[in-house]
Design a protein around this ligand. Structure first.
Ligand code: HAM
Length: 431
C-alpha cells in the first residue's frame, strides 16, 4: 500500500534532533526563569477573532497565512499563527493584569502554523519560544526583554548575533507617518503589485513589508518613520539606546524595520545570525512593544513587550556551527537475557535498576545470540551490560560487564544497586 507522507511545510523531529530541540528549549526556559518569567500554555486553537483583532486585518499573517476553518459547531477557529495575541486573550480573560505585581512576565514554547511558501528556514508548522512582559510602560521593560533574548542566544554559543532595533513611535507618530506614506504612494500605487494596492487601502505601513523586487525601488524611496516621531517617542527610543549601551548590548538601528504584525508601537527589534555555512534562514527571533493589543482584545489599556524565537532556525544555525553538544542518549546498562526463560527475570532487573537505582536501562526482548546483544548495547551507547543466564538465575545474581574495559564481575541481586553506584562513580571519575 502507498505510504502516507507528512503534510507539505511540516517536518518530523526524531532521533538526536529531538534531544537538540529539548536541550535548546530547556536552556531558553531556565534563563527566562532567571529573569523571573513563569510558563504559560495557551491553547493551539483560538477563535479566529483573537488574531484578526490582535495581529491585525492588514497583516500578511491574517490576510493570507492563517489555518482557519469552521468546526462542526460552525465556530470559526484558527490554529495559532503566533503566541502574543493568544497570550493577551488569556491574560484579559483570566484578569491576570489585576495585580500590583506588574509587569506580568510569561514565557511559552510550542508549535505555530502559517500557510507560507515552504523554503529554507520557513515551515508551515514550526516552533516558537518567547516571552511577554505585560503591564508596564517603562522603556526599561523593552530593554530587559532584549537583554534576555540576547543572553539566551549567547548562552547557546552564538557569537556575533546582530540586534536590529527601530521605533514605530506612539499613535500620534504613526498617524502622521501613515498620512505621509499615503501621500507618497498615491503617485506610485497604480504601478505596484495587487497586494500593495490593498495594503494602501488597509494600512499603507504594510506596503513596506512587500517582497516583490519590482516594488522595492519605490519602497526604498518612501519616507521613514524617524522623521515623524513625536517628542515623547524620540525620547523613549533614546532611553532604550542609552540603556542598551550601558549594558553593553550591541545593536544597530535599522530605520526600515517596521515588522509585519499590526500590534506594534514604539520599540521593535529583530535578531539575525549568519552561520558559518553562510545559509540565510532569515531572522532567528523578533519582537517589540505593543501599546494597544490588550485594549483590542477587550481588556484595559496596558502595554506589553515580548519576543519570539524561531526554534527551527536556531537549531539549524547551531547545527551548522557545530554548537550542539553531543546529544546522544547514553544508557547506563543494557540487560541481556540468555534464553527465553531469563526474559522475565531480566525485565524485573531492568525495572529494579530504573525505579530503585534511577539508572537509564534498556533490555533485549529478542531471542538472539549474545554477540548480537553486544552489538545492540554498543549502538545504544550503553556503559554496562547486565547478563542473566540459567546459572545467574539459580544463584540470585547477574554478570555486570564494563563495555569499555571489558572487565566483568558477578554480583548478587541484593547488592546490585550499591555495586552499580560504585562502578558508575568510578567510570565518571575516569572520563
Ligand atoms: P514573527 O517575526 O512573526 O514574530 O516570528 C518570530 C520568529 O519566528 C521569526 O523571527 C522566525 O525566527 C520564526 N518564524 C517566523 N515564521 C517562520 C516560519 N514560517 N518558519 C520557521 N520559523 C519562522 C512573532 O511571531 C511575534 N509574536 C513576536 C513577538 C512576541 N512580538 C511581541 N512578542
Amino acid at each position: 500500500m502507498e505510504i502516507i507522507k507528512n503534510v507539505k511545510g511540516t517536518h518530523d523531529i526524531f532521533g538526536e534532533e529531538t534531544n537538540a530541540y529539548e536541550r535548546v528549549e530547556a536552556m531558553m526556559k531556565s534563563i527566562a526563569e532567571l529573569y523571573a518569567y513563569n510558563g504559560v500554555r495557551p491553547p493551539v486553537l483560538e477563535y479566529n477573532s483573537v488574531f484578526v483583532r490582535g495581529v491585525g486585518e492588514s497583516s500578511d499573517i491574517v490576510r493570507k497565512e492563517m489555518y482557519t476553518f469552521p468546526d462542526k459547531g460552525d465556530r470559526l477557529l484558527t490554529l495559532r499563527p503566533e503566541f502574543t495575541a493568544g497570550i493577551m486573550r488569556l491574560v484579559v480573560q483570566n484578569k491576570l493584569y489585576a495585580t500590583n505585581e506588574l509587569p506580568l512576565k510569561l514565557y511559552y514554547v510550542g508549535p505555530v502554523f502559517r500557510y507560507e511558501r515552504p523554503q529554507l528556514g520557513r515551515y508551515r508548522q514550526f516552533n516558537q519560544f518567547g516571552v511577554e512582559s505585560i503591564g508596564h510602560n517603562s522603556p526599561m521593560n523593552d530593554v530587559e526583554v532584549i537583554v534576555l533574548a540576547y543572553t539566551i542566544l549567547c548562552s547557546l554559543g552564538l557569537e556575533g548575533v546582530t540586534i536590529k532595533i527601530n521605533t514605530l513611535g506612539d499613535e500620534e507618530s504613526r498617524n502622521n507617518y501613515r498620512t505621509a506614506l499615503k501621500e507618497y504612494f498615491k503617485n506610485h500605487i497604480d504601478n505596484m503589485c495587487v497586494d500593495c494596492k490593498s495594503r494602501y487601502e488597509l494600512n499603507p505601513l504594510r506596503i513596506l513589508d512587500c517582497k516583490v523586487p519590482e516594488d522595492r525601488p519605490i519602497i526604498d524611496g518612501a519616507p521613514q518613520i524617524g522623521d515623524y516621531l513625536s517628542d515623547a517617542s524620540k525620547a523613549r527610543f533614546e532611553q532604550v539606546q542609552d540603556a542598551l549601551a550601558t549594558l553593553q548590548i550591541p545593536y544597530e538601528i535599522d530605520k526600515g524595520l517596521v515588522r509585519g504584525l499590526d500590534y506594534y508601537s514604539e520599540t521593535v527589534f529583530e535578531f539575525h545570525y549568519v552561520s558559518k555555512t553562510g545559509a540565510n534562514y532569515g531572522a532567528i527571533g523578533a519582537g517589540g512593544h505593543y501599546g494597544k493589543l490588550m485594549q483590542e482584545l477587550g481588556g484595559p489599556e496596558l502595554p506589553g513587550v515580548g519576543f519570539s524565537f524561531g526554534i527551527e532556525r536556531i537549531v539549524s544555525v547551531l547545527k551548522d556551527d557545530n554548537l550542539l553538544e553531543d546529544t546522544k542518549n547514553e544508557l547506563d546498562a543494557y540487560v541481556m537475557p540468555l534464553g527465553e526463560e531469563a526474559l522475565l527475570v531480566s525485565e524485573e532487573i531492568a525495572v529494579y535498576l530504573r525505579n530503585s537505582g534511577g539508572y537509564k536501562v534498556d533490555l533485549c526482548f529478542d531471542k538472539t545470540k549474545l554477540g548480537n546483544m553486544f552489538k545492540r548495547a554498543s549502538a545504544k551507547h550503553a556503559k554496562f551490560a547486565v547478563i542473566i543466564g540459567e546459572e545467574e538465575m539459580n544463584n540470585d545474581s547477574v554478570i555486570v560487564k564494563n563495555l569499555s574495559s571489558q572487565e566483568q564481575i558477578t554480583v548478587k541481586v541484593d547488592e546490585l544497586i550499591d555495586k552499580f553506584d560504585e562502578l558508575l562513580t568510578k567510570e565518571e571519575t575516569q572520563e
